[in-house]
Write a protein that binds this ligand. Structure first.
Ligand SMILES: Nc1ccn([C@@H]2O[C@H](COP(=O)(O)OP(=O)(O)OP(=O)(O)O)[C@@H](O)[C@H]2O)c(=O)n1
Ligand SMILES: O=C(CO)[C@H](O)[C@H](O)COP(=O)(O)O
Length: 382
């Protein structure tokens, strides 16, 4: 991926009440796999190293809730800003922290490009963010689009069909969107109260007030906005699916063990995202740290040592020390590969008891340890 050659920050409006979803808790604070929806969107931004500040705009009564979410999930580079009564007013408040001195928030460094992304669209990836930011740098504004699912029609005053739009010509406007900061800030400053109270489209404000025709970028299907209750269930299923789709295979440097890891990698890679690393855990490898922060929750450690508890303990220590909170159960499968001429397992009862005890202990930390013994017999040809 080409590096981004502009200062970029992001504003995440999260100040709505989620009327269409219903219930007492606004949708951005609803838990998915035990973690609030807004935290997924913040995490998606935070993972992108070239985004400097992340502004989360929430209603005044939810400021403390948001601050505690930031604390609990260890979010970094986030500033919480008080929202307005409509989405446009919330976004405008978010932008102001880069342009105006305010009593409640310190003035932040103005970015060249600002991303605007609804906090209730949790699955935004770096590549689409990069596309809209690059296009915004060139065109002044850019936004993700999707094909329409249904035809848009207009009804007349009598409640009957007045006209319909040719579906193939129109697109649904989604998020993320990105703007040259000066363009979108100018548009918000110029726009009317009617725009702020009834408008739904930031790209439209840039066009109307700054004559900036946004570049439209084809987005992926999972950019949709959580709006109704069924969307929460869908989002939860996607999260579960993503978690089971990544595995990291760790082998030590011994040739036979590394070979097994390689073969496993080859056979799994068409089905799941596999990271295979061949390291000694003692080296506290930074690559492994990156895998943790990439939110991989499944690890397969293959070794041929008789006493692997020490190694698995190191992995657990590294997991705990990594910045990511252990939000879901981490699965650690310990494969003991015994390659010998004899059929008997070389791992002793004492070691098995130790592993069982260790597994019971770490289960309390949401880390599930499983053990597998594989005996390979070596045949020597005369
Ligand atoms: N006063 C508002 C209203 C909305 N939003 C945010 O804008 C995004 C998209 O808006 P929408 O899906 O319409 O959210 P709600 O307004 O909460 O939903 P509803 O219209 O069903 O009440 C959400 O992240 C929402 O929290 C905001 O920051 N401030
Ligand atoms: O899709 C969008 C941008 O075009 C917005 O997310 C959408 O307009 C928000 O509007 P509403 O609050 O009415 O759902």
């Amino acid at each position: 991926m080409e590096p981004v050659s502009a200062a970029v920050s992001a504003v995440l409006p999260a100040g709505g009440s989620g009327e269409r979803l219903g219930g007492a808790t606004p949708k951005q604070f609803c838990g998915l796999q035990g973690r609030p929806l807004v935290s997924y969107a913040v995490r998606a931004m935070e993972r992108v190293s070239w985004i400097s500040d992340i502004i989360v705009v929430v209603s005044p009564e939810n400021i403390e809730t948001m601050k505690s979410i930031i604390e609990k999930y260890g979010h970094k580079r986030v500033t919480v800003v008080k929202g307005g009564i409509t989405r446009h007013r919330s976004i405008f408040n978010g932008l102001k922290v880069f342009a105006e001195n305010q009593s409640s928030n310190r003035l932040l460094q103005k970015p060249e490009v600002v991303i605007i992304h609804d906090a209730v669209r949790p699955f935004v990836e770096e590549d689409i963010l990069l596309k809209v930011v690059t296009a915004a740098k060139e065109h002044g504004a850019a936004g993700a689009i999707r094909p329409l699912v249904s035809t848009v029609i207009a009804s007349g005053e009598d409640g009957c069909l007045d006209h319909s739009l040719e579906r193939a010509r129109y697109r649904a406007s989604e998020m993320p969107q990105a703007f040259l900061f000066d363009v979108i800030y100018e548009a918000y400053q110029q726009c009317t109260d009617h725009d702020l109270d009834y408008g739904t489209e930031c790209l439209h404000l840039a066009l109307k007030y700054c004559k900036t025709n946004a570049k439209l970028v084809e987005g992926t299907a999972d950019l949709w906005k959580v709006t109704y209750k069924r969307d929460l269930y869908a989002a939860e299923s996607i999260i579960k699916d993503n978690l089971s789709q990544q595995i990291c295979i760790i082998t030590d440097l011994k040739e036979a063990v590394a070979q097994v890891g390689f073969l496993l990698h080859e056979s799994l890679k068409s089905q799941v995202k596999v990271e295979a690393i061949s390291i000694s855990l003692r080296k506290n490898d930074s690559h492994l740290q990156n895998i943790f922060s990439g939110e991989c929750y499944n690890f397969l450690c293959i070794n041929d040592k008789e006493y692997a508890t020490e190694e698995i303990q190191q992995l657990v220590d590294m997991l705990e020390k990594s910045n990511i909170p252990l939000l879901y159960p981490v699965i650690l499968i310990l494969v003991h590969l015994s390659i010998s001429e004899n059929i008997s397992f070389s791992i002793g009862l004492e070691e098995l008891t130790k592993i069982k005890k260790f597994a019971r202990e770490v289960k309390k930390k949401n880390i599930l340890v499983y053990g597998l013994l594989i005996q390979c017999k070596v045949f020597f040809l005369p």
